[in-house]
Design a protein around this ligand. Structure first.
Ligand SMILES: Nc1ncnc2c1ncn2[C@@H]1O[C@H](COP(=O)(O)OP(=O)(O)OP(=O)(O)O)[C@@H](O)[C@H]1O
Ligand SMILES: [Mg+2]
Length: 351
């Protein structure tokens, strides 16, 4: 059995690496690490400072003594289009051509500029059609991410979409409840990814360019402090904070921005509910670094009337407690969601 790829999540605030081993008894964690990258190295999901990212990847790979080269990466943001489309039933050998034709209608980019992929979700959607998930990602972006990995002397074998990596992570560590739609959300520093999944099938995805940076920027603005200080206030104000004194206004700002993000999520979920007959969503799982802002969980629960749970991708993974700093791992596990989903991929997998 081929080894799993290393999950390499290149985020706009940091690189995350997860390596797991799949054995008879399940998954074992081999490696987990985070390495910050400088601000502006990635902007709107696009690589702006390749060497800074390469340096960060090399630093974490060296620190963790990772020797394996095969990696799975993820892309996210506005350069990706994911659409569920109904297509009349047809033999597999005609699908390629049909999908290419459908893409002309559904993808707002030049066909020459995108990588196209698709997956048949259901052979029969109950209305005489198949449901096909169409995925288009800008070639430039996919190539830039792969180039970064190659520059860091790694071998990018799989380029996934963040929304699907979260879905795979959830499936492995929680499993999908039968007959219920759930919302999976990854809140990073600059991008929020939503994926509504029912019985393992993607129903709706949306990436919104808002995330943890919005909190930091608002603290900077309202408290007249610099970026570093604002970031420290934000992180220090939660249950995991280092005990430093955080001005009272910080809580108020965090609540304001939480409400804004919760409103965005609610609009996306409402749109899904309004356009999908009989759909119901009761529970939302939150991953990514920004999942740690306690006000945000409350705001989503209040706004969207959903139960919110913070994701722990390592929930079903064996972790040798003598090899890992357990308090660090527990505190950072939501941040590892995308990287963990990527670490489940094997060479040669597609979507
Ligand atoms: N304990 C904490 N409390 C509040 N915010 C936190 C905490 N830990 C991390 N964050 C925030 O989480 C964000 C980083 O999360 P993550 O690593 O998931 O983002 P990223 O992958 O780098 O970014 P993106 O995917 O948006 O490009 C930062 O905005 C950081 O300030
Ligand atoms: Mg991220």
């Amino acid at each position: 059995m081929a080894k799993n790829c290393i999950g390499l999540d290149i985020g706009s605030s940091s690189i995350k690496i997860v390596q797991v081993k799949e054995g008879k008894k399940g998954l074992t964690l081999l490696n987990f690490g985070i390495e910050p990258i400088p601000p502006q190295a990635i902007v709107d999901g696009a690589v702006m400072n390749q060497s800074a990212i390469v340096d960060a990847i090399r630093a974490v790979v060296t620190r963790l003594h990772v020797r394996q080269k095969d990696v799975a990466l993820a892309v996210a943001g506005h350069s990706i289009i994911i659409k569920k489309i109904p297509i009349p039933p047809m033999p597999a050998d005609q699908l390629d051509e049909q999908i290419s034709w459908e893409a002309d209608h559904h993808v707002p980019f030049d066909k020459e500029d995108v990588e196209l992929d698709y997956e048949v979700l259901r052979e029969d959607n109950g209305q005489g059609n198949m449901d096909v998930l169409l995925v288009a990602a800008k070639k430039d972006m996919v190539h830039d991410y792969a180039a970064v990995a190659r520059e860091a002397q790694l071998n990018p074998l799989v380029v996934d979409i963040a929304a699907f990596a979260i879905q795979n992570a959830f499936e492995k560590s929680y499993g999908f409840p039968a007959g219920q739609a759930i919302a999976l959300v990854n809140l990073g520093a600059s991008i929020s990814t939503l994926n509504i999944v029912q019985d393992g099938i993607t129903m709706f995805t949306r990436d919104v360019t808002i995330g943890g940076n919005a909190f930091t920027e608002e603290i900077q603005k309202q408290l007249h402090v610099g970026y570093e200080e604002a970031e420290a206030y934000k992180v220090g104000s939660g249950a995991l904070g280092g005990g430093d004194v955080v001005p009272q206004e910080v809580g108020r700002v965090l609540a304001q921005v939480s409400d804004l993000i919760a409103g965005e999520l609610q609009r996306s979920i409402d749109f899904f509910l309004a356009t999908t007959a009989g759909a119901e969503v009761e529970r939302l799982y939150l991953g990514g670094g920004t999942a740690q802002v306690p006000q945000l969980r409350q705001a989503i629960e209040r706004r969207a009337h959903l139960d919110v749970e913070v994701l722990d991708p390592f929930r079903n993974v064996f972790v040798d407690e003598s090899r890992f700093d357990m308090p660090y791992l527990r505190a950072h596990s939501p941040i590892a969601t995308v990287a963990f989903g990527l670490a489940l991929r094997r060479p040669g997998d597609n979507l």
